[in-house]
Design a protein around this ligand. Structure first.
Ligand code: ADP
Ligand code: AMP
Length: 210
């Protein structure tokens, strides 16, 4: 199964992707995680560090080449879930071309829908365990004692607002594009993590059963 999760920042893509990937036996590929790992390793150019901290997108060619390389790896043979890519029309076109060149296609694009007021609270109170990558929320999924927590530089309220605006301006336009291809499924992302997981698994049912 080749799957994309599209949704605004804080919608719950990363949280749900981890569950779906275990169920489906596929790998999660998050361009945001890859860029943050490059930053920690000191390999992300300074101008991109600045862009990310400000809530701006990094250039298309940077993320397209990350995805091109990563999806060639042997662990992607059974499928993958892209979380946070594509985010622009050129990224979506490049993805379509690179898959077509390998005789592959996308199965489903799942849009996780959450209203803007909830997104701010979800992202601002998000904390991630540096060692395990586990995603917590100070109110809704409190971290256990001893977790080595990180607060993302771009999860400050003003930056989250800008990222939501960028999503609406650049990424939301991908939904009609994938709708036109007949592979878009919209899922309501409001409710508990378990409720949303249930909706996603129901929406993906026919693919999970294959
Ligand atoms: P995204 O990857 O879309 O940016 P995350 O999966 O990191 O979003 O979730 C953002 C924050 O919201 C995290 O702190 C996460 O624990 C929390 N969260 C995710 N899903 C829910 C939910 N259904 N209800 C409440 N909080 C949630
Ligand atoms: P995320 O973890 O998906 O919220 O992404 C965090 C940040 O990484 C974004 O605000 C962008 O700066 C950058 N980023 C991640 N994925 C992309 C992408 N597909 N296109 C451009 N920038 C990206």
């Amino acid at each position: 199964m080749r799957l994309i999760f599209v949704g605004p920042p804080g919608a719950g893509k990363g949280t749900q992707a981890k569950v779906v990937c275990v169920k489906a036996g596929i790998v999660q590929i998050s361009t945001g995680d890859m860029l943050r790992a490059a930053k920690v390793a000191g390999k992300l150019p300074a101008d991109l560090v600045t862009k990310m901290a400000a809530g701006s997108l990094v250039p298309d060619d940077v993320v397209i080449s990350l995805i091109d390389e990563r999806t060639k790896a042997p662990d992607c043979a059974n499928g993958f879930l892209l979380d946070g890519f594509p985010r622009t029309a050129p990224q979506a076109e490049a993805l379509g071309k690179l898959l077509a060149a390998r005789g592959q296609a996308l199965d489903v694009v799942l849009a996780l829908e959450v209203p803007a007021d909830l997104l701010i609270e979800r992202a601002v109170l998000r904390r991630t365990d540096k060692r395990t990558g586990q995603i917590y929320h100070l109110k809704y999924s409190p971290p256990p004692p001893g977790a080595d927590l990180e607060h993302r530089a771009d999860d400050l309220e003003e930056v989250v607002r800008k990222r939501v605006e960028t999503y609406e301006a650049m990424t939301a336009e991908l939904l009609p594009y994938y709708e036109g291809l007949g592979i878009l499924k919209r899922v309501n992302g409001v409710g508990s993590v378990e409720e949303v997981t249930g909706r996603i698994l129901a929406a993906l049912g026919e693919y999970l059963a294959r």
